[in-house]
Design a protein around this ligand. Structure first.
Ligand code: HEC
Ligand code: HEC
Length: 270
């Protein structure tokens, strides 16, 4: 969603809701659980943005954005849509973007979610199933303009590949343990929405820079400070405020110290 990302972020963040309680060591380092853990699910869902776009309580509308071309993209009410999915259906949605009726999940960063581990998907599923039902009668539906629909049909839609999964992607069963692999995992499942599929940015016209480049200005201490408080390396708030706000909403209360170190370690290796 290269074209949509900048404005999108602002919409999402505005509606992000309150952050979850800080994680305890048990949930952060939890080992192989056969069943999904809703507490861990909330932690992952917050980090990867489910409860930003779909609002903190899942009622939808955290993302409600109209593009200059007239496409309106609205994140639906999860507490209603979940009824249409069994657990395998949710796996197909998050990994392949396959919705319950086969329509395209336009606006969901599937290229990011495709990397979630089997266990993380089970945890997110447990969180999703545990949300109290909430009605949101005023919520609009996504509508694509005739021009965009035609472009999609013709295969000329310029951002067509941006939200699709990689062919043949093989997600891990469990979150990887080694520092480098863990850092890569956190980066690919958390940062790509705005910093691009390969973390090298979506292009010069996008406000989110290449992570590989900007990372060079960060010592491990400054990087940890950004993730925990939103303060950038040069001091103060990020240029547009998006990054500082994203860090405070999504990462400050969800990433463990180990995950932040691993993420930095991985970015340094690029
Ligand atoms: C960047 C915003 C964004 C993020 C992040 C996001 N979603 Fe969505 N989601 C959407 C939009 C937009 C739609 C509507 C897609 C459509 O139907 O065209 C959607 C649709 C859905 C649907 C309903 C699909 C259907 O059949 O109608 C489910 C379920 C869902 N998302 C779950 C999730 C989960 C779980 C996560 C986190 C892993 C997540 N979403 C993260 C934007 C987002
Ligand atoms: C919702 C969108 C979004 C997500 C998700 C996101 N970023 Fe950013 N990031 C931005 C934007 C936009 C900027 C440019 C600065 C600004 O305008 O806020 C940025 C800038 C940065 C910078 C440079 C800040 C500076 O000016 O020194 C770093 C470092 C960074 N991001 C790290 C990360 C990491 C690490 C992740 C994942 C854990 C991540 N970002 C996820 C939007 C995002």
């Amino acid at each position: 969603m290269r074209a949509l990302c900048p404005i999108l972020a602002c919409v999402l963040l505005a509606a992000c809701g309150k952050a979850p309680a800080p994680v305890t060591t048990e949930t952060a380092t939890g080992t192989a659980a056969a069943e999904g853990d809703p507490v861990e699910g909330l932690r992952v869902a917050t980090r990867v943005g489910c409860n930003g776009c779909h609002a903190a309580d899942g009622r939808g509308g955290g993302m409600d954005f109209t593009s200059p071309a007239g496409d309106r993209i609205v994140a639906p009410n999860l507490t209603e849509r979940r009824e249409r999915y069994d657990d395998a259906g949710l796996v197909a949605l998050l990994r392949e973007g396959r919705t319950h009726d086969g329509h395209r999940a336009f606006g969901m960063p599937i290229y990011m979610f495709q990397h979630l581990s089997d266990q993380e998907v089970r945890d997110i599923t447990a969180w999703l199933r545990g949300l109290p039902s909430v009605a949101n009668p005023g919520l609009a539906a996504s509508t694509l303009s005739a021009a965009t629909l035609k472009q999609i049909q013709d295969g000329t839609f310029p951002y067509d590949q941006d939200d699709r999964p990689d062919p043949g992607n093989r997600p891990p069963a469990m979150r990887p343990a080694g520092m480098l692999a863990l850092g890569r995992h956190i980066a690919l499942t958390s940062c790509g929405e705005c910093h691009g599929r390969t973390l090298e940015g979506w292009g010069a016209d996008d406000p989110a820079p290449s992570l590989v480049m900007v990372n060079k200005a960060y010592t491990p201490e400054k990087f940890a400070r950004l993730m925990r408080t939103g303060e950038v390396a040069a001091g103060g708030t990020s240029k547009t405020g998006f990054m500082s706000e994203t860090a405070r909403r999504r990462y400050a209360h969800t990433l463990t110290d180990e995950e932040i170190s691993a993420l930095k370690h991985y970015l340094d290796s690029r």
